[in-house]
Design a protein. Structure first.
Length: 217
């Protein structure tokens, strides 16, 4: 039975590194970058992949995997077309959650915060840095619409590739880059005995400093 197969699968097998919360930095951004660089150096596949969670107009949750594009004073960046469901959701409810999970290291980071749209210059630079196939798909501007047949997809992508070849500087009008400015970030280090180490940062009312709190496993 599936239930028995699931029960038999191992989880949090370890061994894992210890997380010294007493020496964690005051700024969670610094700690996140340390963990991310550690994941990259450990050759974790797609260490920059993250789950973006949003809600629609009816309060129904939605989630998908995206790629972290940058981190700066504005927040954690992700890119998308404005024609997508996630754009409509953040336009109505500009709050989102991001989740990172680096399974071989037993590490997870969760953050929640407000979503802001960045400048057209940032969006244009991101778009032009993308592979040609990705740009062609964005220029096609049909994401999440019903696809009747593969021929229509291939024909549409070929047409957009020709547009890019004719004008390599073309940028999809609906392309955008957003940033999630976190109000709360939790760092979770797994333990084989389930004595997980959890450290939460909450932004203070001055929007600059943070309070750090240990949480029960």
């Amino acid at each position: 039975m599936l239930k028995d197969q699931l029960r038999g699968l191992k989880s949090l097998a370890g061994p894992f590194d210890k997380f010294d919360v007493d020496n964690a930095p005051e700024d969670p951004t610094q700690l996140f970058e340390e963990w991310l660089i550690g994941a990259i150096k450990s050759r974790i596949p797609e260490a920059h992949a993250m789950t973006l969670s949003t809600v629609d107009a009816h309060g129904r949750p939605d989630a998908r995997i995206l790629i972290l594009k940058n981190i700066d004073a504005d927040g954690w960046h992700f890119a998308s077309t404005k024609l997508s469901a996630k754009e409509h959701q953040v336009a109505m409810q500009p709050q989102a959650a991001l989740t990172f999970y680096w399974q071989p290291l037993g590490r997870q980071v969760r953050l929640r915060g407000r979503v802001i749209e960045l400048s057209r210059e940032v969006a244009g630079a991101d778009f032009l840095a993308r592979p040609i196939g990705s740009r062609a798909g964005a220029l096609l501007a049909r994401q999440s619409q019903v696809l009747d047949n593969d021929e229509a997809l291939e024909t549409g992508l070929a047409e957009q590739r020709r547009r890019i070849e004719a004008d390599p500087s073309i940028v999809a009008p609906a392309w955008a880059v957003y940033a999630v400015k976190p109000e709360e970030i939790e760092f979770w280090q797994a333990d084989e005995e389930r004595r997980h180490i959890r450290l939460r940062y909450r932004r203070m009312t001055d929007s600059v400093s943070w309070v750090r709190e240990r949480l029960w496993p």
